[in-house]
Design a protein around this ligand. Structure first.
Ligand code: ZN
Length: 206
């Protein structure tokens, strides 16, 4: 723990030298433009990989960057970010080499987390034809990371929070990104189909 506290003091000192007004400004409030929904993986720090600083990005992280409709934590973060902070962009950020996605691809039991990983198994079921057609193990793993991000963006669009926000004058844009741990590059998947195609009559709300 000493490392954490020492690290904090050094950071405060450095920050005060670089920008003496930084903490006074931070204390006044936040107006982030982005909501980042990412994986809890320690190698995917939201601010660092996006070059943003404190105050710029509202962050929610869980195992495998999931948007689960019964997750009151995610829904609360989403509502606050969209309706109160009025963020301009909501992004789901997955990453290649995701342990959660790898676990979902296996048939092993890992405990309580299996119930969470079932949501990723659902992604495999939805895209089973494409998933099983990829013969290379690494490529299939990488594609599932991408498909999972796309499905989580679609899940975002199914929420009443996003559907109501899309009816406003300045709706937030939804994005799906994948971070490549080996290169450090964020790739935009250009997710355009927000709603499940052909099922708008079921998921769409007036
Ligand atoms: Zn992960």
């Amino acid at each position: 723990m000493e490392r954490i506290l020492t690290g904090n003091r050094e950071w405060v000192e450095k920050k005060n030298q670089e920008d003496p007004e930084f903490f006074a400004r931070s204390a006044k409030g936040q107006a982030p433009k982005y909501l980042f929904i990412g994986c809890s993986d320690s190698r995917v720090p939201a601010s660092q990989i996006s070059g943003t600083g404190p105050g710029e990005m509202f962050v929610h992280r869980n195992i495998a960057n999931m948007v689960v409709h019964t997750d009151i934590n995610l829904l609360s973060v989403l509502q606050y970010a969209v309706e109160v902070l009025k963020v301009k962009h909501v992004m789901v950020v997955g990453h290649y080499g995701c342990g959660g996605v790898a676990a979902a691809m296996s048939d092993k039991q890992f405990g309580l987390i299996d119930n969470w990983l079932t949501n990723i198994k659902d992604v495999i079921r939805i895209h089973e034809d494409e998933f099983t057609s990829i013969t290379d193990d690494e490529q299939r793993f990488r594609r599932l990371v991408e498909l999972n991000v796309i499905e989580q963006v679609i899940n975002l669009s199914k929420t009443s929070i996003i559907q109501n926000a899309l009816k406003t004058d300045e709706p937030p844009q939804l994005h799906g990104l994948v971070y490549d741990i080996r290169e450090g590059i964020l790739k935009n998947l250009d997710v355009k189909e927000y709603m499940v195609k052909g099922f708008e009559h079921i998921y769409g709300m007036q």
